[in-house]
Ligand binder design. Structure first.
Ligand code: UT7
Length: 375
């Protein structure tokens, strides 16, 4: 039997910090309201040169570094996102190119804030089935680009970031132990972007009414979130043959500290087993679980043999819960100087390779245009 072991992890967030006090100057809100209703103090906002794919690329490079693996060994790149750089192509294709994963296939998964659990399930299945050996999964979103910055009920909630895991085939029985994926599409209107897709292509009116931004019925999603986290976690535990006591660390989607605490209370999970960083990043959608997992690792809370419960929920409505058994040492290893040089070379090689391929395409197009074949 083959297992999908997590061997690399990494995350990336923009440098720009937007605090609640900054938001006080933009909309009719207060630091006090945001902190008491959500637990959020600040969030990161992508700069003009950043996008979902640039954050995803940095997270992916960090995960490859931890795993000490060259990008040429990656078989498949899966990006969970609902804020792609373009409607087409996928963010995964952009990441595949920018990290130089020249042998890899690439596709995106859109299950909103639950997306990372879906990507984890798909990647683990493809590895256990024997189809692939090494898969990079990334949760990445830049919600700041699709938020209505005049709507106080949503703009205070979201932030940007990316988190990545590298999965490799292993004989060791670790990685995904069980998984529950769910959807209730009747809840579409609870959280959606009404215009800009095939049902309502963008018009000047839509833009004027900001129908191309997130619309959310916050209290509906709030109620759905708590009951869903509780139910999905219990189902995933049952499927793994485990009990709540077996969870070493609970890492739910970081949307609101009140949701996290209410769900943990209902499940009877003590505070010391709950991880949250929502105060520093807000809701980063598909990126929130992998960023939280990386920070949990950094703070020494993930050890070999630990059982992690990861739970996501969001637009769809959709949800996903996964029980993961951790299998590798997380002690940071100092990187030898020559490895840093090699890594730098890899990343430059990826840029040169991409540039050469793009130039080749342009030249081919020019030749066709001029009818000068074979030059
Ligand atoms: O990733 C998954 C997606 N999203 C979520 O998980 C979000 C789930 N929902 C929530 O986290 C919460 O419902 C919110 C944080 C969005 C809202 O908290 P709430 O306790 O459910 O507040 P509410 O929507 O019931 O609004 C209470 C009041 C309203 O005023 P009135 O009608 O009582 O006078 C709002 O207009 O708070 C007002 N309000 C604000 N006031 C100051 C809403 N947003 C703000 C704001 N600042 N930013």
């Amino acid at each position: 039997m083959a297992y999908a072991q997590i061997v690399g992890w990494g995350y990336a967030v923009p440098a720009r910090v937007l605090t609640n006090f900054d938001l006080e100057k933009m909309v009719d809100t207060s630091d006090e309201w945001i902190r008491t209703r959500t637990g959020i103090s600040e969030r990161r906002i992508a700069g003009p040169k950043e996008s979902t794919s640039t954050l995803a690329t940095r997270a992916a490079q960090n995960a490859l570094q931890v795993a000490d693996l060259s990008p040429g060994r990656v078989d498949l790149v899966i990006v969970a996102t609902s804020t792609p750089d373009y409607p087409v192509p996928s963010v995964a294709s952009l990441v595949q190119d920018s990290i130089g994963a020249s042998r890899a296939g690439a596709f995106d998964v859109n299950a909103a804030c639950s997306g990372f659990i879906y990507a984890l399930a798909v990647a683990s299945g493809l590895i256990s089935s024997g189809l692939y050996e090494t898969i990079l999964i990334i949760g990445a979103d830049t919600l700041s680009r699709i938020v209505d910055w005049t709507d106080r009920s949503t703009c205070v909630l979201f932030g940007d970031g990316a988190g990545a895991l590298l999965l490799r085939r292993s004989e060791s029985p670790t990685g995904l132990r069980s998984c529950v994926l769910g959807s209730d599409g009747s809840g579409v209107s609870s959280l959606l972007i009404p215009a800009g897709g095939s049902r309502n292509p963008l018009t000047p009116e839509h833009l004027q009414n900001r129908q191309n931004t997130i619309k959310m019925k916050g209290s509906e999603v709030y109620r759905f979130a708590i009951s869903t986290i509780v139910q999905a976690t219990r189902q995933a535990l049952d499927a793994a043959g485990m009990r709540v006591d077996d969870i070493d660390l609970f890492i739910p989607h970081q949307a609101n500290i009140r949701i996290i605490q209410a769900a943990a209370r209902a499940l009877d999970i003590p505070d010391e087993k709950v991880f949250s960083n929502v105060h520093r990043y807000g809701n980063t959608s598909a990126a929130s679980i992998p960023i939280a997992l990386c920070e949990a690792i950094e703070s020494g809370r993930v050890r070999v043999g630990a059982n992690l419960a990861l739970v996501g929920f969001g637009a769809g409505l959709s949800w996903g819960a996964a029980i993961v058994q951790w299998g590798v040492d997380t002690t940071p290893v100092p990187i030898a100087w020559w490895k840093s040089v090699l890594r730098n070379l890899h990343s430059r090689e990826a840029m040169v390779r991409s540039f050469a391929l793009r130039t080749q395409r342009r030249l081919d197009a020019l030749r066709r245009l001029n009818g000068i074949h074979g030059v």
